[in-house]
Design a protein around this ligand. Structure first.
Ligand code: OMP
Length: 293
């Protein structure tokens, strides 16, 4: 990452996220408007239903959780009208001062990655978020345009390292020519990207995604998650079955860097905003007890 001061008057993403986790607890709530959730909330599976659902989540939780993570897929499935809703949701989070991590899992050859970087990490982009999820499986170096754009604007990226789905292991646990696991190469890439922030004693802006459901993989693959120096986004909490014991066991000495992430586990408590807030507060307290002990 660049050591130039970011544009837009923002502190680096890692610094802003560390402050938000201290203020609100280490929880990110995902906005994943599945058709079934829209139905459970009494809303139609249309762009209007999507808008109502998403803005109600923002209204209930903005200013109360460390970060909110809209899942782009559930907006994209409604076409251009869905993307327009996503723009509105990101703008609402920006206005509320709540960090937005846009889950788009982008990854492409460098020149195309530059296009994605402009789409999500430029100051004037309609879909600008504070951070995005990216896939390093076209090679960590292919992420360079996103890493540079993030550093230049005080934004961040979360690089998929060990994903929460069982199919991920076939790729992520495989050994490279160096003998290290593919996931270990990704962790090493993030550590190099975060070197300057680490030297400054700050949380880096290049995070990793490590599912809370990955069991013993971090230890077995010898991943030094603490040395990576960035935040560790841990999906899999709640609906996918992980809770406090899994967070503690998976992250061990790196647990102070973890941002636990739950979508359906919190959203299922809606649409009543009081119940949504209660579910988020409960999940944040559980994550804090597991990770900050
Ligand atoms: O990048 C992610 O957030 C992510 C990575 C991963 O390994 N596993 C994973 O579940 N996710 C996302 O986290 C969310 C999980 O939603 P729930 O299972 O409802 O909490 C979805 O939007 C997933 O796409």
């Amino acid at each position: 990452m660049s050591t130039q001061p970011p544009t837009g008057g923002r502190l680096p993403f890692g610094v802003r996220l560390a402050a938000a986790m201290d203020a609100h607890g280490p929880l990110c709530v995902g906005i994943d408007p599945h058709a079934a959730l829209l139905d459970a909330w009494g809303l139609p599976d249309t762009p209007a239903g999507l808008r109502d659902f998403s803005l109600r989540v923002v209204e209930a939780l903005a200013g109360r959780v460390a970060a909110v993570k809209p899942q782009s897929a559930f907006f994209e499935r409604h076409g251009s009208a869905g993307i327009a809703v996503l723009e509105e949701v990101l703008a609402a989070l920006r206005r509320a001062g709540t960090l937005a991590i846009l889950d788009v899992k982008r990854g492409d050859i460098g020149s195309t990655m530059a296009g994605y970087a402009q789409a999500y990490l430029a100051d004037d982009a309609p879909l600008a978020a504070d951070a995005i999820t990216v896939s390093p499986y076209l090679g960590y170096g292919s992420l360079r345009p996103a890493l540079q754009a993030a550093a230049a604007t005080g934004r961040g990226v979360f690089v998929l390292a060990l994903t929460s789905n069982p199919e991920g292991a076939a790729v992520q646990h495989a050994r490279t020519a160096s003998g290290r696991a593919v996931a270990a190469e990704v962790v090493a890439g993030a550590a190099a990207s975060n070197a300057a922030a680490r030297a400054a004693g700050e949380l880096g802006s290049v995070g990793l995604v490590v599912g809370a459901t990955v069991g013993d993989a971090v230890r077995e693959l010898d991943l030094d998650l603490l040395a990576a120096g960035g935040p560790l986004l841990a999906p899999g909490v709640g609906a996918q079955g992980a809770g406090a014991p899994e967070l503690q066991a998976v992250f061990g000495p790196a647990r102070a860097h973890v941002l636990a992430s739950s979508s359906r586990g919190v959203l299922g408590a809606g649409p009543d905003p009081v119940q949504l807030r209660r579910a988020a507060a409960r999940a944040a307290a559980e994550a804090a007890a597991a990770l900050r002990a």
